[in-house]
Design a protein around this ligand. Structure first.
Ligand code: 5GP
Length: 191
């Protein structure tokens, strides 16, 4: 997605060879018009996949997921990183290792928001080693539902996430695919 790549080049900052900061439009401030365009791109790719629900992981996946769900006229569910006292009833839970925090959290989904007939599109802001997406997929599959696609805003293709998820047979759509990251260097895979 040209517009997204241009924005990453203009405002993204490589904190290391592995971590990209995009706080000015995705992870802190949110450019809602760009999120709308991202929603349109995911809709274009996934509209014939018979998706019934969109899942995302709190918190930076919410903005692109909301726009996609709105444009595709589908319900959206945010997977929680912490079990809340107000999350009553039964839940599905799985342990996920956080790439940015280097610690584990319990990804949580209430049984109220999934059923075995669901075909779920998982949307997240970044794909690194695939831990978050794999965790979300485990919850979907534990409920007997199907993962019908994974939509990623920024994929770091030099890390293992895509390979791991493709081996599991998931259909991945990444809107920007970074091949190289370093101080003052951000390069994309030519599609
Ligand atoms: P993974 O689970 O694929 O290893 O990492 C993806 C998750 O870690 C995303 O949900 C995202 O929040 C975070 N993440 C991974 N890499 C980056 C990065 O370079 N920049 C930012 N801002 N978040 C990242």
């Amino acid at each position: 997605m040209k517009k997204l790549e241009e924005r990453i080049l203009k405002e993204g900052r490589a904190l290391s060879k592995e971590v990209l900061k995009v706080d000015s439009f995705l992870n802190h401030a949110v450019d809602t018009k760009l999120m709308y365009d991202i929603g349109e791109e995911f809709k274009k790719y996934f509209e014939n996949h018979n998706i019934t629900k969109i899942f995302t992981i709190e918190s930076s996946g919410i903005a692109p997921a909301v726009m996609t769900a709105f444009l595709m006229d589908l319900p959206m569910v945010t997977l929680k990183k912490k079990t809340s006292k107000i999350l009553n009833g039964e839940v599905y839970q799985t342990t996920v290792h956080s790439f940015t925090k280097d610690s584990d959290y319990e990804l949580t989904l209430s049984k109220d928001y999934i059923n075995s007939n669901d075909k779920v599109l998982i949307i997240d802001d970044f794909l690194a080693n695939g831990e978050a997406a794999k965790g979300a997929a485990r919850l979907v599959e534990e409920a007997g539902a199907k993962v019908s696609g994974i939509g990623i805003v920024i994929e770091k293709s030099f890390q293992l996430g895509r390979e791991i998820l493709e081996e599991k047979g998931y259909d991945i759509c990444s809107l920007a695919r970074i091949s190289k990251l370093d101080k003052d260097v951000i390069e994309f895979i030519e599609e």
